[in-house]
Design a protein. Structure first.
Length: 287
């Protein structure tokens, strides 16, 4: 399915995700599929309980209303995007993962941690981002329509996939790209405490600048329309990415290995910190 898939539950967070997904579909030239998931099953504590049909109907109607409202929101920001809808009985994360197997991207809204309302909480966003086969955008804030794309670069295969996607997104959106490389998780003051003086820090930073330029050279040739700003500094990676994004970025792109049985823990501490704190959507790209 050559479409961007977005889950909705009628919340403000889901509506923000729909608007972002619709604009992303317009930028990428693909369709948008809006899915409302509702779970009418009983809990494990009362497996024999039969839910009255009128209650099931009311739950499904809420999901249907959410999908219709989301369609209106999508059309308002991207009137030329083709929109299809679906209402599915099942756990929200599982529904999105199943329907998203062939999707161009899955988009989920989140209220971050601490919220208790609605289906698409932080745990669901993490679950989808950790288990999905392709790209997942986690939207806690819609971000700017004119700001930069931000990506972290460390030279690993995971980073290379994220960098390629970041250049692609920057080209789609006619946006500048900020490539962030942190050659040590320690800041300059901490390095001085280990006996590394300012001149040595400067030399190591310059060496890292040259390495970063080499890593980006091929992508820059493929996307000559993208203006790239390189930031190289000694700093904790998540903080560096969040500082670069600030409140003006359109998108932060992070990579994920997604290995292991409990893959929610395998997104990496940097990816998770960025997802929980960024003031713009975060795009998780699978290696």
């Amino acid at each position: 399915m050559n479409a961007i898939l977005v889950g909705v539950d009628g919340s403000d967070a889901a509506t923000g995700a729909v608007r972002w997904a619709a604009k992303a579909a317009a930028a990428e030239g693909v369709d948008l599929k809006i899915v409302g998931a509702y779970d009418a099953s009983t809990s494990d504590y009362a497996p024999g309980l039969i839910i009255p049909q009128d209650v099931v109907d009311a739950i499904r109607q809420d999901a249907s209303d959410a999908v219709h409202a989301a369609t209106d929101a999508a059309k308002a920001v991207a009137p030329n995007v083709s929109v299809t809808t679906s209402i599915v009985d099942g756990d929200a994360a599982r529904v999105l993962l199943e329907l998203g197997k062939e999707a161009a991207m899955i988009v989920v809204g989140t209220r971050r941690l601490g919220s208790v309302k609605g289906l698409f909480l932080g745990s669901v966003s993490i679950n989808v981002a950790a288990h999905a086969h392709g790209r997942v955008a986690v939207v806690a804030a819609e971000g700017s329509d004119t700001g930069p794309i931000v990506v972290g670069v460390d030279g690993s295969p995971v980073s290379d996939v994220a960098v390629a996607e970041a250049f692609r997104q920057a080209s789609f959106r006619n946006a500048p790209l900020i490539a962030v490389h942190t050659w040590t998780p320690l800041d300059a003051d901490a390095l001085h405490g280990y006996g590394i003086g300012p001149e040595e820090v400067q030399r190591m930073t310059q060496d890292a600048v040259e390495v970063l330029s080499e890593r980006l050279a091929g992508y820059a040739q493929d996307y000559p329309d993208v203006t790239v700003e390189r930031r190289v500094l000694p700093e904790e990676p998540a903080k560096a990415l969040l500082d670069a994004a600030g409140t003006d970025a359109q998108l932060v792109v992070v990579g994920s290995r997604g290995r292991g049985g409990f893959r929610g823990l395998m997104l990496g501490s940097t990816s998770q910190k960025v997802m929980h704190n960024a003031e713009c959507p975060v795009l998780v790209v699978r290696n």
